[in-house]
Design a protein around this ligand. Structure first.
Ligand SMILES: Cc1cc2nc3c(=O)[nH]c(=O)nc-3n(C[C@H](O)[C@H](O)[C@H](O)COP(=O)(O)O)c2cc1C
Length: 317
């Protein structure tokens, strides 16, 4: 039995990553209803908004779902209290030290997974007592590891470091990519980009259309002096790229970033002034799909791919 399915009581070991301005109750419940694990992204929600989304998600699905908490969240004590009050069962923490909150969450009966971008942090996860690790490579959308380790290099390195249940993320959006991740030692996948561009994602249509027309090379990891973020080619990215080329300081970059840029770009669809974040794999897709379509494609491509793999000429040598 697959350990990720067991741990979260889900049908398929496919997790929809928590994503600022994309993963509301609607996306999370749609993924859970189709047999994966949906995560509400708390990173872009005020505590009261999070409570509302959790309640709506409970009404929309009777399947397990979870909440993603980036640990640099400013009102984190209030947010954690809400998770307890709302009897959340699954939490995916990211962007911080897993030692700070894991005991608290597990003490309240929650299953905890933590997102890392290097095998060094896998040991910290073990020490902290997390139940599963998400190892996220350089290709991924959103905030990212400074070291630029790709998924292909990261997953086997983390697999060698720990025996904890392992979920691979970063550039995985198809059943074939899921197969590749499994062959490297992963037992589940976390997918962000492909779900961010579905009907049910709360991102603005302008953002989705824009991302569904990207080509290879249209995203870039920038803002390393603040928090490394994969940005989409466009006006805002050019401003940041030019500033970094002339050696702008962290303070200058903070000033350029200002406040609310990601909301403007992803949620309000302002392609000029907004910050746009998506993963490299966006360039593979041209059509907006429903979560049900995406899930069934990934599951059947995984299962058929597994059968067909050894029949391919490339395997005969
Ligand atoms: C628009 C966007 C926002 C994201 N926001 C978050 C977030 O709030 N917290 C988090 O842990 N990861 C965040 N991520 C990362 C995803 O949860 C996921 O790990 C990643 O997208 C997987 O790689 P992929 O984009 O190649 O599928 C975000 C990704 C995207 C595309």
């Amino acid at each position: 039995m697959n350990r990720i399915c067991n741990l979260f009581q889900i049908e398929y070991p496919i997790i929809q990553g928590g994503m600022v301005w994309c993963s509301s109750w609607r996306l999370a419940s749609a993924v859970s209803n189709t047999g994966g694990l949906g995560l509400i992204g708390a990173g872009s929600m005020h505590p009261d908004t999070l409570r509302e989304h959790i309640r709506k998600c409970k009404k929309a699905t009777d399947k397990p779902f979870g909440v993603n908490v980036p640990l640099m969240y400013p009102e984190i004590e209030i947010l954690m209290q809400i998770l307890v009050e709302e009897k959340i069962k699954i939490v995916f923490t990211s962007a911080g030290n897993p030692k700070i909150w894991t005991n608290f969450l597990k003490g309240h009966g929650m299953t905890v997974a933590h997102v890392i971008s290097s095998s060094k942090f896998a040991l910290k996860c073990e020490e902290a007592g997390v139940d599963a690790i998400v190892a996220e490579g350089f290709e991924a959308g959103g905030h990212n590891g400074r070291e630029e380790t790709t998924t292909l290099c990261l997953i086997p390195a983390v697999r060698r470091t720990t025996e904890l249940p392992l979920i691979a993320a970063g550039g995985i959006a198809t059943g074939e990519a899921m197969l590749a991740a499994f062959s490297l030692g992963a037992e589940g996948v976390q997918i962000g980009t492909r779900f961010a561009l579905t009907e049910e994602s709360s991102a603005h249509d302008n953002f989705k259309e824009h991302c569904l027309n990207l080509n290879e090379g249209d995203t870039k990891l920038l803002l390393k002096k603040l928090s490394p973020t994969r940005l989409v080619r466009g006006r805002f990215m050019t401003i940041i790229e030019e500033a970094e080329e002339r050696g702008a300081s962290a303070d200058e970059l903070k000033e350029l970033l200002g406040k609310g840029r990601a909301k403007k770009g992803i949620f309000e669809g302002d392609l000029q002034e907004g910050e746009l974040e998506i993963g490299q794999i966006a360039s593979l897709f041209r059509q907006k799909q429903t979560v049900a379509e995406v899930m069934s494609e990934i599951v059947s491509d995984f299962q058929n791919g597994l059968k067909k793999l050894s029949e391919r000429d490339a395997f005969k040598f």
